[in-house]
Design a protein around this ligand. Structure first.
Ligand SMILES: Cc1cc2nc3c(=O)[nH]c(=O)nc-3n(C[C@H](O)[C@H](O)[C@H](O)COP(=O)(O)OP(=O)(O)OC[C@H]3O[C@@H](n4cnc5c(N)ncnc54)[C@H](O)[C@@H]3O)c2cc1C
Length: 594
């Protein structure tokens, strides 16, 4: 049966030992994050996600959401759980104390987020979108908007959405048709149809604040003519109380493969009153704030589902007896040995473990870089961290969500037929994981963003903030024999990434199709190296400077890291040769030949 154990030990290790937070020790928010405090946060997060949210995961999937007369009902237990989670502050960890939030660093909040998502991804979406909307209003909204809307978002009384997609436009947001007509009082009347809107309508909060992309009359064509508006489901009067309905209607909900307890809504805006967020025609700039944090959040979804699938797979592999170990019976008192004795089952478990723990290290590390980009007292460090996060965001989103699919599929495989049937809950993780590769910018489009925008940005400057420290780390430890199993494979993979980068930079000048054809392989190669870098740093730290975890913990880390280096990282070789084969083998076939 599927089980969830919050990864408390691994999280504590990453925060207390792996991460060097000294860079922000002069900022009070960070100096207050003592191991006692953060460990207590993780223990509590573990308890509430295991006991409150995980038990609603399966029932939520079975029951799904229902729509009646424009109202969406979430599955049984969601309302009560939402109240408990928001009242205890789990929904506003990073929000500013000015609006009632807790002002905690991202590296703490994202670790908690992972636990919430693992235990119940559908539930987590309602809280996660509110944070995305909060971020956009907090950064770009007027003081008046912030005062009026943020405190109730932070308390969880009102939730948020992100309304980009329309029936004819998904990836290509330049095609948006929704209209915003200016009113005499400075507000706008918004009309248009949006589809696939997560948490567009539900029964968890008393109001829903939609962040809607739309065009004003005579705005420039394409992406340059799009603005962002805050449109409440129910109007809010000047005193902050709720007024009349705002002509925002949920006309349908989608029936879908996974995340069934998260409502996916078709929304109609019919002259709905809204407020400009940020500058006119600069809606994409404001929306990117939401999308960047949302993309990191979606990457964490991949990691979180990988983890919960691993929890179920390990229990099953130890419990289910089938066949004998190749080297002789391990449980002679029983009619067969447990699955975990078989090398092929171990190959799958090790793959799951190595990807998941490596991805968790990357998540913690990147979240801290995000904190530096927001809070460092040194503006140069802030800027550099911002560029690094921006470079790595598409890699993180795509690699971790692809990994989520791979790992949840392995988790199901370990259960054999018992994983494919619904009863044991393992197939749900795979179904839930699949959407993560599609929404928040499909993974193929993330790859194009990486090679087309992020690599060339500032003449390749962002890349230096990843390549230079990695190169320095490899040089520093090149003579350390005990680190050989980690440094040698990582050096080779890094050379491949450098070659691939040169190839793309050169070929892109003569033929953009070469870049498009190489993009997905390049992003994967990048992701493998990024996680390899995390494993090598963990190994270096454990070998040279062990902390307070039990020896078995460190031993498992070193062995899992070695598996990653020897069994998973070599995939970089085939990725390099695939991308260097050029675009002809992809583009040569005429359309009629398909
Ligand atoms: C469950 C669910 C929840 C969602 N939640 C939200 C939400 O809350 N808010 C919201 O606004 N939207 C939401 N979406 C929409 C989602 O973000 C889009 O589905 C996604 O961005 C892809 O758009 P599309 O489906 O129109 O596909 P298309 O844009 O038509 O793309 C189809 C395929 O073509 C590829 N492609 C497109 N353009 C290019 C290109 N230039 N080069 C190479 N390949 C390309 C894509 O990678 C994709 O594989 C949700 C969708 C689902 C299914």
């Amino acid at each position: 049966m599927a089980n969830f154990y919050a990864p408390i030990d691994d999280t504590k290790y990453l925060i207390d030992e792996f991460l060097d937070t000294s860079e922000l020790s002069d900022v009070s928010m960070f100096s207050e994050m003592t191991p006692d405090l953060t460990d207590a946060i993780f223990e509590e997060a573990g308890k509430i996600t295991e006991s409150l949210l995980f038990p609603l995961n399966r029932s939520g999937d079975e029951q799904g959401c229902t729509l009646k007369n424009g109202n969406v009902t979430t599955p049984d237990g969601f309302k009560e759980a939402y109240k408990k989670m928001t009242r205890s502050g789990w929904g506003n960890l990073t929000c500013s104390t000015e609006y009632g939030g807790q002002g905690l660093p991202h590296y703490i909040a994202n670790s908690v987020d992972e636990m919430i998502i693992s235990s119940n991804i559908s539930f987590s979406i309602y809280m996660g979108l509110t944070i995305g909307a909060y971020n956009a209003v907090e950064k770009f909204g007027t003081e008046e908007l912030k005062k009026k809307f943020l405190p109730n978002m932070v308390s969880g009384k009102w939730s948020g959405t992100m309304c980009l997609t329309e029936p004819h436009c998904g990836t290509d947001l330049g095609l948006i048709r929704s209209k915003a007509i200016p009113q005499d009082d400075g507000s706008y009347n918004i009309s248009g149809s949006k589809i696939f809107i997560s948490a567009g309508e539900h029964d968890l909060t008393e109001n829903i604040l939609h962040l809607v992309l739309a065009r004003t009359p005579n705005s420039p064509k394409g992406i340059k003519g799009i603005s962002l508006f805050l449109v409440p489901k129910i109007k809010v009067n000047d005193g902050g109380g709720l007024g009349e309905l705002n002509n925002v209607v949920c006309s349908a909900i989608e029936y879908k493969m996974g995340i069934k307890a998260s409502s996916t809504c078709a929304m109609e805006f019919e002259g709905s009153n809204g407020f400009l967020v940020g500058e006119l025609n600069k809606g994409m700039k404001a929306m990117f704030i939401m999308m960047n944090s949302a993309r990191i959040h979606v990457g964490i979804q991949g990691l979180a589902l990988a983890h919960v699938s691993y929890c179920g797979a390990v229990d099953y592999a130890k419990d289910r007896i089938q066949g004998r170990a190749l080297t002789g019976a391990k449980q002679p008192e029983k009619v067969a040995d447990a699955l975990i004795v078989h090398p092929d089952i171990r190959r799958m478990l090790m793959t799951m473990k190595a990807y998941t723990e490596g991805a968790r290290a990357l998540s913690t590390w990147l979240s801290f870089k995000l904190d530096i980009s927001h809070h460092s007292t040194d503006p140069t460090k802030r800027q550099q961290a911002d560029k690094l996060v921006s470079l790595l965001t598409p890699v993180f989103k795509s690699f971790l969500t692809d990994m989520g699919e791979t790992v949840t599929s392995l988790g199901m495989q370990i259960y054999g037929g018992h994983g494919y049937i619904r009863e044991n809950g393992m197939e749900q993780y795979l179904r839930d994981a699949r959407i993560c590769q599609i929404y928040e910018g499909a993974n193929g489009v993330q790859a194009l963003d990486l090679v087309g925008r992020k690599l060339p940005a500032h003449m390749g400057e962002s890349l230096r903030y990843f390549f230079h420290p990695l190169s320095k780390f490899l040089t520093q430890h090149s003579d350390d024999d005990s680190l050989d199993p980690y440094i040698q494979p990582l050096s080779k993979a890094f050379s491949r990434l450098q070659n691939a980068t040169l190839f793309i930079a050169k070929k892109g000048l003569s033929n953009p199709d070469e870049v498009g054809a190489a993009a997905s392989d390049y992003l994967k190669l990048f992701g493998f190296v990024a996680i390899g870098y995390m494993w090598a740093q963990m190994a270096e730290q454990i070998i040279n400077n062990k902390g307070n975890m039990p020896d078995t913990f460190y031993d498992a880390k070193l062995k899992t890291g070695r598996f990653y280096m020897q069994r998973l990282l070599p995939q970089t070789e085939s990725l390099l040769s695939s991308l260097m084969s050029g675009s002809d083998n992809i583009m040569d076939l005429a359309e009629s030949q398909f």
